[in-house]
Design a protein around this ligand. Structure first.
Ligand code: PMP
Length: 455
């Protein structure tokens, strides 16, 4: 199997089929053949501080020399308590309670269980259903896949998943067909937001509010949609609908959170506070496997009164070494004002990408926020018709970028033939303006080469 084809298999790894990673330095990765790559996506939007950050490495070594892990039933730890305080301060408001585990998927599983535990604790045990959105991705475990609207990743498991209740994603570039029929094809972002929020209320009423535990969504959609920010007003409308019907709001910020979109909480941009929130990728920045589920003060009281604590946890929950690494990561992010940097340099990155792709007849959309941007490659800019998926345009683009020394998000592309080929750029927060310009330059040249090959 070719390297390109191999890269498209999720877990199908074989020695010798991909370059072997050797070491990293800042925004660069080197393979064992001595080739250098600019990490334009921070891997899967993870490596917020780039690679081999000396302060994080030092903190990990120091903790390891003391103890790797104090098991949660026996001990708490200074790193766990410190990380809890840092995350609570970053979140603000009532988001003061959390549990840490080892991945984004586990964070989502905990969010699902906390929602169910809370609804049971307040006497709403009939609320067992979840509503989520098409073109979303919440993780690989069965609960997380069940609430994900990513058809290709669900297909093999259909029949064994929890029931799914999907509504439209609030994507301004590709609004629901019902909206377009109503508006006569005109797209008004605020109206798209209203239409999509109304879909949530309609779905709650269709299922029966007394059966719905929570609504789960990505405030800025990641891998399944390609950096789709919500239209203005959408999140606030969704918040009000959830409150009206006793439905919890779960913000999946595994990918878009921890500062990636220029605010520590992605949903802070919309002025909205969720009941439950998940984080992962940027939290430990890839130095350790780590995810977190954060829940509001108002949920804690009833659950702890009834059950004495959370009814979910893993062997590695609150892992001491992982927490120590994340404390070091978050301290660097805070000290170096990197969230503010992502916000400010994100505006610059946006200009670079718009300039690189504005005149390209096959780039239909450039969208995102902060250091989280995507381009949508289409066959026809006017009709938004995608290229035939069999052409694997995104895979060609990604592999051409790679050959030119740039890593862009390794999975993506045209997942269902219903949208264009999506390429994500999500650099480390430490990327300089020169490095951002190099990303845009290589991406532009690579796309030009791919389109020339296809012509
Ligand atoms: N939620 C979102 C929004 C994600 O992007 C991902 C991973 N891409 C997950 C959950 C699952 O995280 P993990 O791969 O760490 O299990």
């Amino acid at each position: 199997m070719s390297t390109a084809a191999r890269r498209d298999k999720v877990m199908d790894w074989e020695p010798g089929t991909l370059p072997k990673v050797d070491y990293g330095a800042g925004c660069y990765i080197f393979d064992t053949d001595g080739r250098r790559y600019l990490d334009g996506s921070a891997g899967p939007a993870v490596y917020a501080l780039g690679h081999a950050h000396p302060e994080v490495n030092e903190a990990i070594k120091k903790q390891l020399d003391r103890i790797a892990h104090g098991y949660r039933y026996t001990f708490t730890s200074a790193p766990l308590e410190e990380l809890t305080a840092i995350v609570a301060a970053r979140c603000g408001g009532g988001l003061n309670n959390m549990t840490f585990n080892s991945s984004g998927s586990e964070a989502i599983e905990s969010a699902i269980k906390i929602a169910l535990q809370y609804q049971t604790a307040i006497g709403q045990k009939s609320r067992r259903l979840f509503i989520s959105r098409e073109r979303s991705w919440h993780g690989n475990t069965m609960g997380a896949t069940s609430i994900s609207g990513f058809a290709a990743r669900r297909a093999a498991f259909e029949g064994a998943l929890m029931p799914s209740n999907l509504i439209s994603p609030a994507n301004v570039y590709r609004p629901p067909s019902g909206y377009l029929a109503k508006s006569g094809g005109k797209i008004d972002p605020v109206e798209v937001g209203k239409y999509c929020a109304q879909e949530l209320e309609d779905k709650i009423l269709e299922l029966g509010a007394e059966r719905v535990a929570a609504f789960v969504f990505e405030p800025v959609v990641g891998a399944a949609g390609g950096c789709v920010p919500a239209p203005p007003g959408y999140a606030a409308l969704v918040r009000a609908i959830c409150d009206k019907h006793g439905v919890l709001m779960i913000a999946d910020e595994v990918m878009c959170g921890s500062g990636r979109t220029g605010t520590w909480r992605a949903l802070a941009h919309d002025g909205v506070e969720p009941d439950i929130m998940t984080v992962a990728k940027g939290l430990g920045a890839g130095y350790v496997p780590l995810g977190g589920t954060i829940y509001h003060d108002r949920l804690k009281g009833p659950m702890f009164a009834k059950d004495g604590g959370l009814l979910t946890g893993h062997t590695f929950t609150g892992h001491t070494l992982a927490c120590a690494a994340a404390v070091a990561v978050q301290n660097v992010i805070t000290r170096d004002h990197l969230v503010e940097k992502v916000h400010d340099d994100g505006l610059h990155f946006e200009q670079l990408l718009r300039r690189a792709f504005a005149d390209n007849p096959h780039v239909g959309d450039v969208r995102g926020r902060g250091f989280f941007w995507a381009i949508e490659i289409v066959k026809d800019k006017l009709t938004k018709a995608p290229f035939d998926p069999s052409l694997a345009v995104y895979q060609r683009f990604r592999d051409r970028c790679f050959a030119n020394g740039l890593i862009c998000y390794p999975v993506g592309g045209n997942v269902d033939g219903k949208a264009g080929d999506i390429a994500i750029f999500s650099p480390p927060y430490i990327a300089t303006r020169d490095e951002l310009a190099t990303i845009a330059d290589i991406a532009k040249a690579s796309l030009d080469q791919v389109l020339a090959d296809l012509a």
